[in-house]
Structure formats: structure tokens, C-alpha cells
Design a protein. Structure first.
Length: 470
């Protein structure tokens, strides 16, 4: 066995097409960094893979040397799970190719590609598939957890649009996985996260969505917004599938669409995103305006690519982050009021996180819940409370405020999204998957990764050795 990261790196470099980095190498600090400045861990080595053979070699080397193995796609794990002190981090980001077949409406995407690369490759043809709302998120992490985005109500989640996967197992074998081949694994990869292997390739179905979108936000003082948000909630059931209804509460930034006197003030908003002809999307606007008189509004036509990048954070790696999430099958008036308070009696209290609601339904709910590992397809809205700050001295107070906020809404919740799990641990995984699905996912883990090689994730551990499964 190797006695140091440098020794292990020397072994891995033999026949390795990519780049192997150890502490002190140029680029090491850049490539261990993730989208949360609170995470500052030092892997023993980073294997920047050029293809599936490199991934297989890295897995075999890590197992032979007894190293923990983490897998980095876009680096958006809020806990920085793929990065552990002393681990071997498999970095897929050099594997970022996207190939589009416009006639067949298919995209083949390597496991390290970012969502922006997928969108940029498909949009010249007016095509897209469901992707998340931040373009520098990794395709792999988003899709394996489910994949919510602006197209989901019309075309299903990201995982619903995968035709096939290429996966490297814990043994270093390469599998083609689809509905006919390794069908059990195909079920588990659509929502079960990175528990069963390293996905090095995705084949996505694409849809003709055009290149235009409409963004609508109507702003209200939080104290006046309860009736508006209750009416907004009631619009979800009959809203066209091209509309994803959204709501938000927080402290306004220095945004040009707000008058100066509202910037830096607590505000709430109700609105929607429409993908397609903006004129058609405006037909929903009167119903929203009927809910109340806003103090400001934003009604903006966008290119789809601009929509997909509008929430990007150019300095994302410099910020400290924490979030909490819930799913709601219903969102009663008491939940609306709790949402608007942000977990505090005083709207001007320091360190309060912002929060958003995003509507589900439509094509998401068309898929039977048992058809994929992704769960809670009956969700009405998803809630995320997100804190972002720069000063390490604020860590404890920022995290505590987000937890308090989420706790006020937990009595109304019906589960949560595995991609918004943070430090909930095993209890959070149980909330993300019903008991019968968790049992099925555990059986998959027993079959494909009984040694829990892939455990630096929201982990589904295998059955303990010696315990008889019933």
C-alpha cells in the first residue's frame, strides 16, 4: 500500500490520461474548491479524469490504497461532500463534452458537464431539456437527485428525461444502463443520487421549447402579502404547464427594477416563469394582478439562455452558504404566514435568510411515484431557505436562523428534496424517500456497492454484514 498521497499519485499516473494533483501542485487549491467558502478540506490527491477509463483506474487505485473516494461534478454540494481531508477526489469536470442530435432530439452529455454547457449546445436548435436554475451546477449531481427546473412542469424532471446512463461501478466496470439493460439500476439512478457508481455519461431526450421566456415578479410588503400568496397558491392547480409559479421573501438587493426606496428593505414577491412565447405567457398576468396592488413589479422578456443564467453567482466560491428545504403537498394559510415571517417576530432582525417557493405538478406528477427513485411527486410547492454571507464570525448565527425558519414550516411539510439536504443526516434521507423506496434503494446498494465505496454523498448505506434481509 502507498504510504502517502504522493505515492498513490505516482501509481495512478501510470497510464492515466488526465491530471493527478497533490497538495502543493499548481491547480490543487483551485480544484479542491467548491461552491461554499465554509468548506476548506484537503484531499490526498485529486484525479482530474479525461474519460471513463481514468474514472475506473481512480476507483481501483482508491480501493487498493484504502482511500475514501469522493466524486465532484459541479461542486455545488452545500456541505462539500465530495471533498474530504485525505480522500481521493475524482474530479469529472474535464469531462464536459455535449453532443446534440437535433433530428433525433437527443443530447449526449459527459458526467462533468455543467448545465450551462448543455443549454448552450441545445439552444441553437430551439431545443432544451429540464435543467436547474443556476448554469454552473453540474449536470450529474442535479440529475441523479431528480432535477427541478423551469421546464419540469411541462416536460418532467431532469431524471425523467434520461434515456440512458453510462456508469462506472465500485469494481471499475463500465455499464450501459437503460430501461432494458440493468433496469433496476436505471430506476435507482433517477433520484437515488450518487450512491451506486460514477455516472460518466447521460443521454437526454430534448424538447422543442424555442428560445424565449417571460419572467414575472410582483412585490409586496411582507406584512401585506399573506392574502396575495394564498391567492397565488390557489392559481397553481389550473396554471398552464409552461408556467412555473414562484414566490419569494427576503431583503431586496440593489436591483434596478425596484425603486430606490425599496432596495435593502424586506419584501415578498409572487410571480411565475414562462418558457415559450412571452405574449402567450402574459395571459396569466391579469389573474396575478387581481390578487393585490404591488408596490413594484418586474415583467421582463428574456432569452431562454438569459433565464437560465440570471441566478448565477459570479463570486459563488467566495461566499459562505447554508440552506434548508421542505416539500409541501398543501400550503395552508398558516404556512403562508410562517413563510412570510422568515422565522422571526421582527422582519428587520439581523441574519434572516431569504426563502423561495417553486411550484411542482404538471408533468412531474404525471409519472407514477413508484416509477423512479425520486419521490414526493405529489408535491405542490418546494421551499428553500437560503443564507449567504462572507464573515466567518457570522457562521453560527446564520445557520441557526435558517434552522429556526425551516422549523416553523416543518409541521406542514411532507418530505424534502434530496438535492437540498444539508446536515440532516440519516433522518433527512428518510424524509427524502418513503420507507418502501429506501428499502429498494438499500437492496440496490447491496448489489452494486456493498462496501459503500461511494459514501461521500447523502448516503444510503448497504445492509450491515451479518444482518439477514427480509
Amino acid at each position: 500500500m502507498a504510504t502517502s498521497g504522493a505515492d498513490a499519485a505516482a501509481l495512478l499516473r501510470r497510464g492515466f490520461a488526465g491530471q493527478v494533483l497533490v497538495p502543493g501542485d499548481d491547480g490543487y487549491d483551485e480544484h479542491r474548491r467548491v461552491w461554499n467558502a465554509m468548506v476548506d478540506r484537503r484531499p490526498a490527491l485529486i484525479a482530474r479524469c479525461a474519460g471513463r477509463d481514468d474514472v475506473a483506474a481512480a476507483i481501483r487505485l482508491g480501493r487498493a490504497q484504502g482511500l475514501e473516494i469522493g466524486v465532484r461534478c459541479g461542486g455545488h454540494s452545500i456541505l462539500g461532500l465530495p471533498v474530504a481531508d485525505g480522500c481521493l477526489m475524482i474530479d469529472l469536470t474535464p469531462m464536459d463534452a455535449v453532443t446534440v442530435d437535433p433530428g433525433g432530439r437527443r443530447a449526449r452529455v459527459q458526467g462533468g458537464a455543467l448545465l450551462g454547457a448543455l443549454d448552450r449546445a441545445t439552444q441553437p436548435y430551439g431545443l432544451a431539456t429540464t435543467a436547474g436554475n443556476v448554469s454552473h451546477t453540474g449536470v450529474g449531481g442535479l440529475t441523479l437527485g431528480g432535477g427541478m427546473g423551469w421546464l419540469a412542469r411541462d416536460y418532467g424532471l431532469s431524471c425523467d428525461n434520461v434515456a440512458s446512463f453510462e456508469l462506472v461501478t465500485a469494481e471499475g466496470d463500465v455499464l450501459h444502463v437503460d430501461a432494458a439493460e440493468h433496469a433496476d439500476l436505471f430506476w435507482g439512478l433517477r433520484g437515488g443520487g450518487g450512491n451506486f457508481g460514477v455516472v460518466t455519461g447521460f443521454e437526454f431526450r430534448l424538447h422543442q421549447v424555442g428560445t424565449r421566456a417571460l419572467l414575472v415578479d410582483l412585490y409586496f410588503p411582507p406584512g401585506d402579502a399573506a392574502a396575495v400568496l394564498s391567492g397565488w397558491r390557489d392559481l397553481i392547480a389550473d396554471a398552464p404547464r409552461r408556467a412555473t409559479l414562484t414566490a419569494w421573501v427576503g431583503t431586496a438587493g440593489d436591483w434596478p427594477h425596484l425603486p430606490p426606496e425599496l432596495r435593502g428593505r424586506p419584501l415578498a414577491s409572487a410571480g411565475y416563469v414562462w418558457v415559450g412565447d412571452p405574449d402567450e405567457g402574459r395571459r396569466l398576468l391579469p389573474a396575478l394582478r387581481d390578487l393585490g396592488a404591488p408596490v413594484a413589479e418586474r415583467v421582463e422578456e428574456l432569452a431562454y439562455l438569459d433565464l437560465q443564467t440570471m441566478d448565477d453567482d459570479a463570486e459563488g466560491h467566495l461566499h459562505r452558504r447554508y440552506w434548508k428545504g421542505h416539500y409541501f403537498n398543501e400550503f395552508p394559510d398558516d404556512a403562508v404566514r410562517a413563510f412570510l415571517t422568515r422565522g422571526a417576530a421582527d422582519a428587520e432582525a439581523p441574519f434572516l435568510p431569504a426563502a423561495s417557493l417553486q411550484a411542482y405538478g404538471g408533468a412531474i406528477a404525471d409519472v407514477a411515484d413508484a416509477e423512479t427513485a425520486f419521490s414526493h411527486r405529489g408535491t405542490l410547492v418546494e421551499f428553500v431557505a437560503a443564507a449567504r454571507w462572507s464573515d466567518p464570525a457570522e457562521d453560527a448565527e446564520r445557520i441557526a436562523a435558517a434552522r429556526r425558519y425551516a422549523a416553523t414550516l416543518e409541521p406542514f411539510a411532507a418530505g424534502l428534496y434530496v438535492n437540498t439536504l444539508t446536515d440532516e443526516g440519516r433522518q433527512g434521507v428518510r424524509r427524502a424517500y418513503p420507507e418502501e423506496k429506501l428499502a429498494r434503494l438499500t437492496a440496490l446498494k447491496d448489489r452494486y456497492d456493498p462496501g459503500n465505496v461511494f459514501r461521500l454523498n447523502q448516503n444510503i448505506p448497504p445492509t450491515p454484514r451479518g444482518r439477514v434481509r427480509r
